[in-house]
Every structure is written in C-alpha cells, then in structure tokens.
Design a protein around this ligand. Sequence first.
Ligand code: DX5
Ligand code: ZN
Length: 225
Amino acid sequence: MTHPIRIAPSILAANFSKLGQEVRDVVDAGADWIHLDVMDGHFVPNITFGPDVIKSLRPHTQATFDCHLMISPADPFLEAFAKAGCDIITVHAEAGPHLHRSLQTVRSLGKKAGVSLNPATPESAIEYVLDTVDLILVMTVNPGFGGQKFIGAMGEKIRRIRAMVGDRPIEIEVDGGIAPETADIVARAGANVLVAGSAIFKGDSVEAYRRAIEAIRSPAEKARA
Ligand code: DX5
Ligand code: ZN
C-alpha cells in the first residue's frame, strides 16, 4: 500500500510566543500534518508542552495533529492527549513494559496509534505489534532536541522496516535532521511522512515556510517516482 508523501512540521522549532499563528501559517504554507513533540525531562533530557497547550491549538486548524510522546510512563496521559484533540498518538517502544497495551489504549480512545523507535532500538522490538499500529516513527536522531544531524545508518533501518511492514497499511514516519539533503534518502528507503522542525521554521512568513516545505517535498516525491 502506498501512502502519499506528507510533510509534518514540528512546532518545536516554531516561535512559542505565537504558536496559534505559527500553526495557521505553516498549514497555509502547505503542511499536511502538525507534529507535536511532547517531552517530559525524564524519557528525554528536555521539557516542552502537554495536553493543555495542544488543546489551545486545536481550534486553529483542521490539519491532523500528529502527537509524538517522548514521555515515560505514557499510559496515564493517553486519555488527556486524546481529549486535547490529537489525531495520531505515538508512544515510544522504550517508554514502558507494555507497549501492546499502550497501543490498544490509543485505539480504544478512537485515535490512530503510532510506535516510535529510538536509533538504538532494533526493529525486532515492534514486530509483535505490527497489527496494532497505524504508524511507525523512526527516529533519525536521538530524541530530545531539534537541529541535530541525521544519523546516516537509519537509512538502512527504514528499509528493513519497510520490508517488515509488507502490505500492511502502516505509514512510515521519520523524525530528526530531515532537510532537503536528507529527504530523498528517507523517501527512497520507504518513509512517507517527513517531520521537520528547524528546516521549516526559518524565516518568518508563510512564503518562507512554503518554500521550505516544497524544498523537502520535492526531492522526496522525486525519490519515489
Ligand atoms: C526530536 C523531535 C523532533 C524535532 C526535529 O526529539 O522528535 O520532532 O523537532 O527537529 P529537526 O527537524 O530540527 O531535527
Ligand atoms: Zn518528533
């Protein structure tokens, strides 16, 4: 099954003092999804925002809210993120001992379930949940911060995951160091959702965002053709 290339700007790199407007601007500029990086200062060495901030952004757009939970434990908060208006809720395979239960909980809340893998975690860790996920998020940097360098070895990992997924309708998302120079590598390897923070939220206008999104989308689409 072939999903379209989707560009998912991470608001981690946006101007936090005007997040609502940033979300509207980047959607006007052609973003497909809004990627929301939730960090707890425990699972990753940084803290960002929680469900209340997401809830306050929800009225600003109808675009899909793609929520990346870098928190441990995740289970006690899944309902709050569902109620805040997230459409996809992704938990890390490393975040708790009962991954399958977390994914089932997300689905029971009526949301799409995603699973994410740190660069160090082999894809075998998620083989047993392939029929319980809608999306696999392959971290291409160590999670915690924007603006890091793409880890080259993740290209092969994406390829292996693509093969493992087979014809299941699972979207493959990549996150970290995605820019015009890395977009074709990940798309050729089999990813269809490209998250980008620092490569998109530079400049400060809808036009600048539009150019930045196109500069990632275009090589990704070409790589697949
Ligand atoms: C990192 C986050 C990413 C981050 C990507 O832990 O999950 O979504 O915002 O930032 P860039 O695109 O700057 O690498
Ligand atoms: Zn992310």
